[in-house]
Write a protein of this length. Structure first.
Length: 462
């Protein structure tokens, strides 16, 4: 294996970031001359625990994958070594996406059983996208939601405190660290400690010092004085290496002696709320940045206990979404072309029934607040047909027809949408389920198709 990047996946071998069964099905479709147009829908059946909403994220990376999808010599050689037909591989060499993609824009709030994305294309093309779409959209949406919950606590209980992603070192790989930094910014964070994410996505970068800086000097005072000599008024001093309150006292003396207005101090251990109050007595008016074990619940408790802080640095709890570390995204075939027309299809598996057909999602508002969604069939006239159509066409005929917004615009979208969601749906624990109604026509067609499929199974023994 040739390691060409730290994460192993490059533009050259990215088409192989798929499950083997996708390629096996594709070869079968090709050899059997069975390549009808198909619609696949990406959605979640249930939101993670204590999540009343999800922030859609990851679409930019998903679209980039689709637009640059190409099987080169390296990937084709590998597949040849694993038994794939020469004729099929020749077809892959010419493969390019020619279909349509409709999706929720990043920053949009999503709920259970609503498509975050739908792909309509020849089934060989649409099938190949499954693994990477679930991966890119599922993970970033999970982290953006976690970040949004932290920002929401600050909006409701705090005073505009900053949030900076400190999680790269605890992320499950370099790619996860990068995507988490981007998703956190979308969800409402102010920056990241990850310099590469700053370069790649334009996310503001932020950082102070580690305990090793303090320990490398014989005395804490010397460590502070040397740092202040280097960074002056921009200095943020880590004061809890030995004794937090004493560290604050030393920091105050160093600042006064050197005629420096400290930008702030950071607390990274202990009873953070209690210590922050003590530090505030020693360094009144100096910003305190709180890290170590920070998540939305910890921030809420910090405020309840009258902690004093100008910002927080969540790490592990953010990038692994510790309390709810997965979102069960699925990518299901919902329609397939037969005899020149698209026919709805669905699964009947217990607990995994899907709604058939390409969809539309209508989001209703009342007095500036979201008041429920209606999921119907694409092209269906929904009752009243007022509100916002959530899904937008991004790619048509293989070409992008919608310019994707920059990350700043996405971040603003996420904030605006979160504020429109009534607070009862945003509670940290046991949020009230948001009203997502299945249209009468979609419900009727689902029931009719279910009966027809069950009858076919009985009659033919399928």
């Amino acid at each position: 294996m040739t390691e060409t990047t730290f994460g192993y996946v490059t533009a050259e071998n990215l088409p192989l970031f798929t499950d083997l069964y996708e390629l096996r099905m594709m070869q079968g479709y090709y050899n059997q001359e069975h390549n009808p147009k198909a619609t696949f829908s990406l959605f979640v059946r249930d939101l993670p625990p204590n999540r009343g909403y999800m922030v859609a994220a990851g679409l930019e990376q998903a679209i980039h994958y689709i637009e640059t999808l190409s099987f080169g010599e390296r990937t084709l050689e590998f597949l040849n070594e694993h038994g794939f037909d020469e004729e099929f591989l020749s077809h892959l060499a010419e493969l390019a996406f020619t279909g349509e993609v409709r999706a929720m824009p990043e920053g949009t709030l999503a709920f259970a059983n609503e498509p975050l994305l739908e792909v309509t294309a020849p089934i060989m093309q649409a099938q190949l996208l499954e693994t990477v779409l679930i991966n890119q959209i599922g993970f970033q949406s999970l982290i953006a939601t976690k970040a949004s919950r932290m920002r929401d606590v600050i909006d409701r209980e705090g005073d505009g405190q900053q949030l900076v992603d400190f999680g790269s070192r605890r992320a499950h790989g370099t790619d996860a660290g990068m995507k988490a930094a981007r998703a956190a910014y979308i969800g409402g964070f102010d920056g990241t400690s990850n310099v590469a994410a700053g370069e790649a996505f334009g996310v503001p970068i932020s950082g102070t010092m580690a305990h090793s800086w303090i320990q490398s000097f014989e005395h804490e005072r010397e460590a502070f004085e040397t740092f202040v000599d280097e960074y002056g008024d921009e200095s943020v001093l880590l004061i809890d290496t030995y004794d937090t309150v004493n560290g604050a006292t030393v920091a105050a003396d160093v600042a006064e002696t050197n005629d420096v207005d400290l930008r702030g101090v950071r607390l990274d251990s202990g009873d953070l709320a209690a210590l922050s109050r003590s530090v505030d007595e020693v360094l009144p008016g100096v910003d305190q940045f709180i890290s170590s074990g920070v998540d939305e619940y910890a921030i809420h408790e910090f405020f309840e206990r009258d902690g004093v802080g100008a910002g927080f640095g969540p790490g592990t709890a953010l990038v692994t979404s510790t309390d709810a570390p997965k979102v069960e995204g699925v990518y299901k075939l919902v329609a397939v072309e037969r005899d020149g027309r698209m026919e709805p299809t669905m699964k009947l598996s217990t607990g995994k029934v899907t709604y058939p057909g390409a969809k539309r999602v209508r989001r209703l508002e009342s007095d500036g607040q979201y008041a429920g969604d209606v999921v119907g069939l694409r092209g269906e006239q929904l009752p009243g047909d007022s509100g916002e159509d959530v899904l937008q066409t991004v790619i048509e005929g293989g070409d992008r027809v919608l310019e994707l917004p920059d990350v700043e615009t996405i971040r603003t979208t996420a904030s605006t949408h979160r504020q429109k969601l009534p607070e009862r749906h945003r509670r940290l624990d046991d949020p009230e389920p948001y009203d997502v109604r299945i249209s009468d026509r979609l419900q009727s067609e689902t029931s009719e198709l279910e009966r027809a499929l069950e009858s076919r199974i009985r009659d033919r023994g399928e």
